[in-house]
Each structure stands twice: as structure tokens, then as C-alpha cells.
Design a protein. Structure first.
Length: 286
């Protein structure tokens, strides 16, 4: 490069171009930082909304369960033998199974089970905030069973019944995939970040059943009995032999079957006025 080429460079112009370039660089950086900050704020807002929704769902579920428990405990406790048809009362006794099913999470044989999946982590929480997945999923299943309080036996019909289950198992992991199957079965999107709660009523457990009862004849029970093998020995000895006889289904006409004892048997079922309430030991005794 010659001397004349050096003389053609304008130092002032070069300095001005560098200043403009530096200004553009600072502006771009500020814009990038502002954009990242806005995205971070949006993400925090979404997470906060999702956490609020999940917390609200959990609190609402606990309040509903507490209300059901209070309604159950406020009902007067009545012996099965003294239960008057049409009255609203509570019976407490031991569960005798007619059939069982595996609890959805623990796979315990039971006559009633409630499984709840609660969103507890930030993984996928944005999807829950926009409604693509649920913050809380509740699944209740119940089959009919008998309750023995020593004075008689009552049949519990599950249709329309509500559960008050306070003894719960908690699973923080889902190694067997039970929780995912629960979510899919309830129509929710399966994913990570859920904690699973389970309450169950197993054969032999103490249970409280509250609501309206009706007295039915052996013929009426026989018409509704599946496969004619529902044993309802309402007036039997309190000893172990009597309990064993009641637990073993017998056919109509056989000793210890429908036609033994009084003609009217107690059946607990939901009514148009109120659903049947079924609670475990804590709900029954508190």
C-alpha cells in the first residue's frame, strides 16, 4: 500500500462507522436480553397458573372429602336389626365380600377403591395450564358387599354411592405403569410429574355406610341376585361359625340362605334425596 492510499482514509469516518456498529450491537443485545426476559416471565406466569390450578384442585378435593366425612358422621348410628325403612342413618360393621376387584394402584383385593393422581412437578406443567392435561384425576370403583354389625347383615348397593376413604397409600413413582393406566382410563394425558394416592376397603375391614335403607323380602332379593348366589343371613349367631356361614354364598332355599330368619332384609342404597356414603375405619369412628 502506497502513501497516497493511506492519505485517502478518513479517520473521522472510520470512527463514526465503528460507533454505529457498536450501537447496533448494544441494541441487538438489549433486545435479545429483553426477549429472553419476556419469555422467562411468560414461563413463570404459566407455571404459577398451573401450580395454582393444581393446588386449587387438591384443596377442593380435600374439602369435598371432608364434607362427605362430616355428613357421614352426623348421621345417627343405628344397629342393622333396628334400622327403620326410609330413615337416614349410619350402620357400622365388618365387610363381607360378595366379589372383589384389584385396587388400581396396589392391586389389593377390595370392594371399594379410590385412586387419585395429583400433578406435583413442573415437568409438562405448561400443558396442564392450558388444559391439555389434568391437575387432578379421581377414579372411584365400588362393588356390592355385605356389612355385618353383629345384629344382622345389610346389603350395600354401590350405584350412585360416594366414598369417604381416609386411609391412603401414596406412590411417588410408577414403576409398574399403574398410574399411567389410571390416567388413560380416566381420559387424561399420561405423563411424568404425578403423585398417586389410593384408598381402599378390603374384606374384613370396619366400614361405615350412611344413607337410606329399605327392607326387602327374600323374593325381591332373589330377583335381583346375580346368579342366585347372594347369601343374606340377617339373623344368625355372632360366633365364628356364623360369620363363616355368612361369608360363604348359598343358593335360595339352602340352610343359611335367603329364606332363613325374618322375611325383610335391609338394603342400603342411594336415593333421590341423597347418595349413599361409604367410609373406612377413620371415617366411621372419628
Amino acid at each position: 500500500m502506497g502513501a497516497e492510499d493511506v492519505d485517502d482514509i478518513d479517520p473521522a469516518g472510520a470512527t463514526e462507522q465503528q460507533a454505529h456498529a457498536a450501537a447496533y450491537t448494544v441494541t441487538d443485545r438489549r433486545g435479545l436480553v429483553a426477549g429472553c426476559a419476556a419469555m422467562a416471565i411468560d414461563s413463570l406466569v404459566i407455571i404459577a397458573l398451573a401450580v395454582t390450578a393444581a393446588t386449587h384442585a387438591v384443596v377442593r378435593n380435600r374439602r369435598e372429602r371432608a364434607r362427605r366425612a362430616r355428613r357421614l358422621r352426623r348421621l345417627p348410628r343405628v344397629a342393622i336389626a333396628d334400622f327403620v325403612e326410609g330413615q337416614a342413618a349410619r350402620i357400622v360393621g365388618r365387610v363381607i365380600e360378595l366379589e372383589t376387584f384389584p385396587a388400581p394402584l396396589s392391586r389389593r383385593p377390595c370392594v371399594a377403591a379410590e385412586a387419585i393422581a395429583v400433578s406435583v412437578s413442573l415437568a409438562g406443567i405448561a400443558e396442564r395450564a392450558v388444559g391439555k392435561s389434568a391437575s387432578l384425576v379421581r377414579d372411584l370403583r365400588m362393588v356390592r358387599f355385605l356389612v355385618d354389625d353383629g345384629t344382622g347383615i345389610a346389603l350395600v348397593e354401590p350405584e350412585g354411592a360416594e366414598a369417604v376413604l381416609s386411609a391412603r397409600r401414596v406412590l411417588r413413582r410408577d414403576p409398574e405403569g399403574w398410574g399411567r393406566r389410571l390416567l388413560v382410563r380416566c381420559g387424561a394425558r399420561a405423563g411424568d410429574g404425578f403423585r398417586y394416592h389410593e384408598g381402599a376397603i378390603v374384606p374384613g375391614a370396619t366400614v361405615a355406610v350412611g344413607g337410606h335403607g329399605v327392607r326387602e323380602t327374600a323374593a325381591e332379593l332373589e330377583e335381583r341376585a346375580e346368579d342366585d348366589d347372594l347369601a343374606l343371613d340377617a339373623e344368625r349367631d355372632r360366633g365364628a361359625a356364623g360369620a363363616a356361614r355368612a361369608a360363604a354364598p348359598t343358593r335360595p332355599g339352602a340352610p343359611g340362605g335367603y329364606r332363613d330368619g325374618p322375611a325383610l332384609r335391609l338394603t342400603m342404597r342411594s336415593s333421590e334425596r341423597a347418595p349413599l356414603l361409604v367410609g373406612d375405619l377413620r371415617a366411621a369412628l372419628r
